[in-house]
Design a protein around this ligand. Structure first.
Ligand SMILES: *Cc1c(COP(=O)(O)O)cnc(C)c1O
Length: 422
C-alpha cells in the first residue's frame, strides 16, 4: 500500500511558529492555531536542507509535488497519501498576449490537472498525510466545494473518515463529488464562515480534526509547492507579477513562504514577483483593507459571486495575505462577475483553454490592471488557474437542427467556424 513517490526524505522540520508573535513550539503534533489564535507556520532547518538537496538532484526526481520532500513536513515516506499530484503545465496565451501587446508574456499555471480537478489537492495531500502520520481517524472542514472534494478523496485514500459542510448553493457537481469520494456532506443555509462554526462545534463534541483553511499548519505547506514548482519550471527565475484568485489566501501566503525559503537556500535571488490578490467585486474584503491601509479585513457582508472558490467573506490569514501583497509591492484588485464571465469565454474561445471562473478572474484583473497602468506591457505575468473549468456549470449552448430537413449551410459561416452541437 505504501507509496514511494520520490527519493527524497522528510524530517527537516524544526518548529511551528506563530505567524503573529513568532513564538516557536514543537513540531510533529496535531496542531491547530497558536496561543494567540493565529495560524502556525512550519519552519525547517534550511541549512540542512541546503546540504541535502540541490536543483540538479531535483531534476532527476518524478514530476510530482513530492519531489520537494525536504521542504515538506511528512517525516516518513510510508505516510504519504498520494493520488498522483502531477506537476502542472505553464501555458502561454500567445494570441491574447499579442492583442494586448503584452511583450513580457502571459503564462497560465493550469492547476486544473491535479487530482480532484483543483489545486486544493496540493494542500489536502499534505494535510491528510500529516493527519495519517499523527494518527487522526476523522477530519472535518467547511468548503465552497473544491477543498471538500480534495479532503474527501485523500481522507478516503488514507482510511480516514471525513465530514464536509458546504453553503447550500455550492455547485451541485462539487457536493456530489464530495459524497462520491466517501465524505459525509452537509448543506448549510449560510456562507463558508457559518459552515466553519459547525466544524468547530463538532470538533468539541466529536473530537474530529479540524482541517479548515489555516487552522492547521500543513495545508499551506502543500500549497507552497505551487511557488516551488513555478520557480523550478522557470529555471529559478520568477516572473515579474503573479495574479492569484484569493479566497482564504493559502496559496498566496504559501507561495510567498516558498519564495522566502528558496531565497534562504540561495536558489533564487532577492528579486521576487509582485503578488496581486484578485477578488470578486461582490466579495472583496482584502481589496477594501488593502486600499484603506489596514492590517486586518473585517467580514464582507452579503458576499456574492459566481466564482464560488473566492466567495470567502472573512479570512483568518487576512494579515498574512495583506503582508505578502505589501512586502512584494503588489496590490489587491476586484473584478465584477460580468468581467469574470467575459474573461472566461474569451480565454476559452481564443486560446482553447477552459479556465475555472476564479482563474478567469485573474485574466480579467490583468486586463483591468493594464488599463489602469498598474502593470506594464513589458512585465512577465503568471495567472493562476486553480481548477478544471469542467467542474462548473457552463452557459447553455448548441443550435438545434432537424434530421431530414434541408439546411442553410451559410448560417454556420459566421467567424469562419462551424459550431459543434454537443
Ligand atoms: C480555494 C479556491 C480558490 C482560493 O484559494 P485560496 O488559496 O484559498 O485563497 C480559488 N479558486 C478556486 C477554484 C478554489 O477552489
Amino acid at each position: 500500500m505504501a507509496q514511494q513517490p520520490s527519493e527524497g526524505e522528510g524530517g527537516f522540520v524544526t518548529d511551528l511558529e506563530c505567524s503573529l508573535s513568532g513564538e516557536r513550539s514543537p513540531p510533529d503534533r496535531l496542531a491547530s492555531l497558536s496561543r494567540l489564535g493565529k495560524p502556525l507556520l512550519v519552519r525547517y532547518d534550511l541549512e540542512r536542507v541546503r546540504r541535502a538537496l540541490t536543483p540538479s538532484l531535483l531534476e532527476k526526481r518524478p514530476p510530482s509535488l513530492w519531489r520537494y520532500r525536504e521542504l515538506l513536513p511528512v517525516r516518513r515516506s510510508e505516510n504519504i497519501v498520494s493520488l498522483g499530484e502531477t506537476m502542472t503545465p505553464l501555458l502561454s496565451l500567445p494570441r491574447l498576449a499579442e492583442v494586448l501587446r503584452a511583450s513580457g508574456g502571459i503564462l497560465v499555471k493550469d492547476e486544473g490537472r491535479l487530482p480532484t480537478g483543483s489545486f486544493k489537492a496540493r494542500g489536502l495531500a499534505l494535510a491528510v498525510s500529516m493527519a495519517k502520520e499523527l494518527g487522526v481517524s476523522s477530519m472535518a472542514m467547511p468548503s465552497n466545494g473544491n477543498a471538500g472534494a480534495a479532503l474527501a478523496a485523500y481522507a478516503s485514500r488514507a482510511g480516514i473518515r471525513s465530514f464536509v459542510f458546504c453553503p447550500e448553493d455550492t455547485p451541485e457537481v462539487n457536493i456530489r463529488e464530495i459524497a462520491m469520494q466517501g465524505a459525509e456532506v452537509f448543506l448549510v443555509d449560510g456562507l463558508i464562515d457559518e459552515c466553519g462554526k459547525f466544524v468547530a462545534e463538532g470538533e468539541k463534541a466529536l473530537g474530529w480534526f479540524n482541517a479548515s483553511t489555516l487552522r492547521e499548519p500543513y495545508r499551506i505547506e502543500g500549497k507552497k509547492t505551487m511557488g516551488l514548482e513555478l520557480a523550478e519550471q522557470l529555471g529559478w527565475k520568477l516572473p515579474d507579477v503573479i495574479f492569484y484568485p484569493t479566497g482564504g489566501g493559502t496559496g498566496l501566503i504559501g507561495m510567498w513562504k516558498a519564495f522566502a525559503e528558496l531565497e534562504a537556500l540561495g536558489w533564487i535571488g532577492e528579486r521576487k514577483p509582485r503578488m496581486v490578490a484578485v477578488q470578486a467585486a461582490g466579495c472583496a474584503p482584502m481589496v477594501k483593507a488593502f486600499e484603506a491601509g489596514e492590517e486586518h479585513a473585517p467580514r464582507w457582508e452579503n458576499a456574492s459571486t459566481f466564482a464560488a472558490g473566492i466567495r470567502v467573506p472573512q479570512a483568518i490569514g487576512d494579515f498574512l495575505i495583506l503582508r505578502a501583497v505589501r512586502e512584494s509591492r503588489g496590490f489587491a484588485i476586484a473584478v465584477d462577475d460580468e468581467a469574470i464571465a467575459a474573461a472566461w469565454r474569451e480565454v476559452a474561445e481564443e486560446e482553447g483553454l477552459l479556465l475555472c471562473p476564479e482563474g478567469a478572474a485573474t485574466y480579467a484583473a490583468y486586463k483591468k490592471a493594464r488599463a489602469e497602468g498598474r502593470v506594464t506591457a513589458e512585465e512577465s505575468i503568471v495567472l493562476y488557474n486553480c481548477a478544471s473549468g469542467l467542474k462548473y456549470a457552463m452557459p447553455p449552448a448548441g443550435r438545434r437542427i432537424e434530421a431530414g430537413k434541408p439546411i442553410d449551410w451559410h448560417q454556420f459561416s459566421d467567424r469562419g467556424r462551424v459550431p459543434l452541437v454537443p
